[in-house]
Design a protein around this ligand. Structure first.
Ligand SMILES: [Fe+2]
Length: 213
């Protein structure tokens, strides 16, 4: 293994470790970010050293290794996916309360009826994800939808535009909520979702469409 720093970096948290408390404690964020997330970055850098993946962007590594049968590719996918998913999770949350607005608000009304219904569907997806995984709001074929994925899998690997995510691995909630994943989901979805981030992700998708129109 090379001693030089790897190509992938641990993105800074967008807020202080105690900023999400009491919904998510500083202790949980500290362990989650400094141990779990950081370890995925470090492991990924070791796995890609000397391979063609070392020269790719993170999203490209996830897409290039998704669904591959080789053991090396599976390990790279798991760690690259988890780096991307955690970057996206931290940015999906914020201590500053926001509400859906503009195009996102209209799309939620069109596809779910209300943001309360959307939140209930996200909570259901997170609760029903068996074992470790993620609940997502995505935009696919001009329609918003809720998805759940297992382990390191994400909709981005299939080219689907993700708007926000909630981590439902036990390490995301066990220190604060023990086994009560639904309580964690309810609190996070009601208090910490950054709707502005979801709106920005939706707007990015709309730009080329508008430009071509
Ligand atoms: Fe996590």
């Amino acid at each position: 293994m090379s001693d030089k720093p790897g190509p992938f970096k641990l993105s800074p948290l967008p807020y202080a470790e105690d900023a999400l408390a009491p919904t998510i404690s500083a202790k949980t964020v500290g362990f989650h970010y400094n141990k779990h997330h950081k370890t995925y970055v470090e492991t990924l850098n070791k796995l890609v050293a000397g391979t063609r993946y070392a020269d790719m962007k993170l999203e490209e590594v996830v897409r290039a290794t998704a669904g591959k049968d080789g053991e090396a590719e599976k390990k790279i996918f798991n760690n690259a996916g988890q780096v991307w998913n955690h970057d996206f999770y931290w940015r999906s949350l914020s201590p500053i309360e926001t509400k859906p607005s503009g195009d996102l608000k209209a799309a939620i009304a069109r596809d779910f009826g209300s943001s309360d219904t959307l939140i209930a569907e996200l909570a259901k997806a997170g609760k029903e994800q068996f074992g470790s995984g993620w609940a997502w709001l995505v935009s696919q074929n001009g329609k918003l939808a809720v998805q759940k994925t297992a382990n390191a899998i994400d909709p981005m690997a299939k080219g689907i535009n993700s708007l926000l995510t909630v981590d439902v691995w036990e390490h995301a909630y066990y220190l604060d909520y023990q086994n009560e994943r639904p309580k964690y989901l309810e609190a996070v979805l009601k208090k910490l979702i950054t709707w502005n981030f979801a709106g920005e992700n939706l707007a990015r998708e709309a730009e080329p469409v508008r430009a071509a129109a």
